[in-house]
Design a protein around this ligand. Sequence first.
Ligand code: PEP
Ligand code: MN
Length: 337
Amino acid sequence: MIVVMKPGASQQQVDHVIDRIEQLGLRSHVIVGTERTVVAALGEKRDGAKQALETGEGVEKVVPILAPFKMASTEVKKDRTEVNVLGLSVGGKKIGVMAGPCSVESRSQIIDVAHIVREAGATALRGGAFKPRTSPYSFQGLKETGLQLLAEARDQTGLAIVTEVMAPEQVALVAQYADILQVGARNMQNYPLLEVAGESGLPILLKRGPSATMEEFLLAAEYILKTGNTQVMLCERGIRTFEDHTRFTLPLATVPYLHQTTHLPVVVDPSHGTGKASLVATMARAAVAAGADGLMVEIHPDPEKALSDGFQALTPPAFRQLMVDCRRVAVAVDREM
Ligand code: PEP
Ligand code: MN
C-alpha cells in the first residue's frame, strides 16, 4: 500500500504514519517527492491495515500497489531515479557511457583503455576482474590484481569503475575498489548476492538474465532496493531466442517498457546483446533513440588478442566514432551525451 500524505503534511504526521505501519507488522519506506511525501507500507497484506492508516492525521489516501515489485514501481515513485557517481550520471538528461574491456588483462591494457575511454567522452570504465566464464578452462580474470589495476586507472583518469561481483563473499573485497558493482546476467537471480551487494551501499548495475522476464528482472532489482539501496541501474544485455545470427537477441522495446513500469534508469549493452563488433555501433545508436539512460560498451586496444569476448569488442577508433554518432542521436531525442 502507499500512504499518500496531504501536501504540507508535517514531519510529525509522517512519523506517526511510519509508527503505525511498523505496529501493523509492515516495513515503511518514505519517498519525499517535490509536491508531497508518500510512505510505502511493504509486506504481507494485513486485514484492516488500509482503514487503520487512512484515519491518520495528514493522510490524504491509501492506495494499493498493484505491481509485485513494489519499490521499483512507478506507482510508488513517479520521479526518475538518477545514479550519480564521480563523473557518471545515469537517469537524468545526460546519457552515461560505461566502456572498457570485457576483462582486465594487464596494467598497460587497462590504463591505455581508460585514457581512450575518457578522451572519447565516456564517463565510466568497465572491466571484469572476476569473470563468469562458460568454460572453467577459459581465462577467469585477474581477480584482486585486476581490481587494483582498475583503481589505478581511476586514479589516473577520474573515471568511475564498474566491475562484476559474482558471489556474496566477494562483495567486501570488490567494494574496496569499485564505484559501481555489476551483478552479471548469470547471477540476476542469485538472491543472497543481490542482498549483500545491495547492503554495500554502492550503486548496482543489474544485468538482465538471458531468459528472465521483465517481472523477474524487476523483482531481482527489488531485492536490492529492499536493503535500502536505491541506486540501481537495470541493464538490458540481450536474451536467448531461437535466433543464432547474433550471440543474443537485443530487445530494445525493453527500454520504453521499463520507463513506463519503473523509475530506475535503463542501460543497454549492445556488445553482449549482439556479440558482433560490426553490429554494436548501430544498436548503440538505436538504444539511444529508444531512450536508454546509459550504454555499456566493450572495447579493446587489440580485439584479436583479447582474453575474452574479443569478437564483440570495438577498436578505439570505432569506439570514438560510436560516441560521435550516438551524441548526434542523443541531441535528436533531447538528451546529452
Ligand atoms: C560482462 O559484462 O562482461 C558480462 C559477463 O556480461 P553478462 O553478465 O551480461 O553476460
Ligand atoms: Mn564480456
